[in-house]
Structures are given as C-alpha cells and as structure tokens.
Ligand binder design. Structure first.
Ligand SMILES: C[S@@+](CC[C@H](N)C(=O)[O-])C[C@H]1O[C@@H](n2cnc3c(N)ncnc32)[C@H](O)[C@@H]1O
Length: 270
C-alpha cells in the first residue's frame, strides 16, 4: 500500500500521481468529448511538424492522436508525474503505436533545460493553468527557448469569459476546479493566469483561437515570428460539423465574431 507521501517527490512539489488512474474516467464524466475536441482541433493544421514537444501531457490522449497524425515526427513528452507518464506509455502500446520515436522525460518543466530551438511544434494542453503568474512566465520562457523560429504552439485551456452569465458560470467552475486540484495535487496556483501576454512578449503570434462551452474553454494556434515557419495546412478539418462557438480570429482577420466552426472529423475516445 502506497502512503500519500509516496506520491510527492522532491522533483516537483506538485504531483498529479494520485490522479493518474482516475483522470480518464473523471474527464469522461465531467467533460465528455469537449477537452479532447480542444486538444485535437488544430492538429490537422500542423502536419508538417517533425520535432514535437508535448509538456504536461498527462495520460497520453493527445499523444495518441499526435502519433496517428504525425507518425514520422520525433516526439518528446515532459511530465512531472511518473504515473501519468506510465499511463501515456501504456496507452501508446495498447493502441499498437510505435514508441520508437517517442522520448518520455520525467521532469519539472520549470527546471527542465530543453535543447534550444530544437522543436517546430510545442503542445501544452490544460497544463499552463497549473501555474502562478510568476511560474507561468518562467515556464513559458523556458519552453519558448525550445521553439525554433517559425515553430507552432498548440495550447488548449480553460479561460474566463469577459462578462455576463458566462463569466458567473465560469467563476463557479474555476473555483471548484482549483479547490479540487489544490487539495489533491498541491497545486500552488489559486486562479487562472492567461498566458497571452507572456507568449506575445516572446514573439509568438496568435494565428487562431476557437472558444467553446460558453467561453469556458479555448484552443489556440500560436506561431513564433521570424525564420522559416512550419508550413500550416489551410483548413482545420476536411468535413464540417456544426458547433456553436465564439471565434475571435485575432490574425489575420482581426475581428471577433460568433461563428460556426469546422470540428475535427472524429474525436477519438482513446
Ligand atoms: C491538468 S493535467 C493536464 C493533462 C493533459 N495535458 C490534458 O490535456 O488533460 C496537468 C499535467 O501537467 C503535469 N504537470 C503539472 N505541473 C508540472 C510541472 N511543473 N512540470 C511538468 N509537468 C507538470 C501534471 O503531472 C499533469 O500530467
């Protein structure tokens, strides 16, 4: 029998180990397909990526889709939870996907030293919300060092709508979420810090943002300015499925609008 302290290591004061076995069913019950929809929405756009860095990947749901869509890409997974990494590795094996080009790194993203400009795609899904403002600045600067000029950054996360009932609803959900994660994982963050300002300071440009679930969730495609950009596919998906969202297209159209978006062709329940 493992003691509670066995979950917490000097590597990182936060530990998602206690959640690793429960994360999948909890997500299914609380969010259905919505988080996976956010994780994978822009994956078709970055099909030129060859060196992928996924940080805070958790139990490997995005990794599976990433390996299916980018089988030739070298992929590095960094996570501070040994159990989450094990779950991701097992998920890959269960789906019969080649682990050959995948490297699993057990590390605290705040301290991990990535190879400079080594990656043309960085992915941080539902990860940046784990940090206090000071930590967030540090972790984004650290990961930005790993981004090649022209690299893309996929980022799905929670957000706080600007006003109205949506904001009230999101406030309640955020409060419950942070209380739960602070108790179970010792997360130091008390509230969400938007990463946009930190990314812009480091020359990342928001190419596209889709917002779903009454403004509670967003999924972004950012790209680092300069150099030869990762060639992006023009369409988010081949087939269109109706889905009511807010879609502020920051670039290149420059205005916000309610719109119907193209959803991913199929959202895997892996
Ligand atoms: C909320 S989970 C998100 C998991 C997954 N990316 C998803 O889309 O659901 C946060 C993940 O980030 C990892 N994590 C949290 N803080 C970390 C840190 N400082 N360094 C590396 N990984 C960390 C946790 O172990 C966990 O796997």
């Amino acid at each position: 029998m493992e003691s509670a302290d066995a979950f917490f290591s000097p590597l990182c004061p936060v530990s998602f180990d206690p959640l690793a076995r429960h994360y999948r069913w909890m997500e299914c019950v609380l969010a259905g397909k919505k988080l996976q929809h956010c994780r994978t929405l822009f994956l078709n756009r970055v099909n030129g990526a060859q060196h992928v860095l996924i940080v805070g990947e958790g139990n490997g749901r995005f990794l599976i889709e990433c390996r299916r869509k980018l089988p030739a890409a070298r992929t590095t997974i960094v996570d501070a939870s040994a159990r989450m990494l094990r779950a991701a590795r097992e998920r890959l094996a269960q789906r019969g996907l080649d682990p050959e080009r995948v490297e699993f790194v057990h590390a605290d993203a705040l301290a991990w030293k990535p190879e400079e400009q080594a990656f043309d795609l960085i992915v941080t899904h539902f990860f940046l919300d784990c940090f206090t403002p000071e930590e967030l600045k540090q972790v984004i600067a650290n990961l930005a060092r790993a981004a090649a000029p022209g690299a893309a950054w996929l980022l799905a996360d929670f957000q706080m709508p600007a006003d109205g009932l949506r904001r009230c609803r999101a406030r309640v959900i955020h409060a419950m979420m942070y209380a739960f994660f602070r108790f179970v994982t010792r997360l130091p963050a008390r509230r969400l810090t938007p990463p946009d300002g930190f990314l812009k300071e480091l020359n990342f440009v928001l190419l596209e943002r889709r917002t779903i679930e009454w403004g509670l969730l967003h999924t972004d495609l950012w790209m680092r300015d300069g150099g030869y950009p990762l060639s992006l596919a023009a369409e988010t998906s081949a087939r269109s499925r109706s889905c009511n969202v807010m879609s502020p297209r920051i670039f290149p159209l420059g205005s916000s609008s309610n719109t119907t978006i193209n959803a991913v062709d199929s959202i895997s329940m892996d």
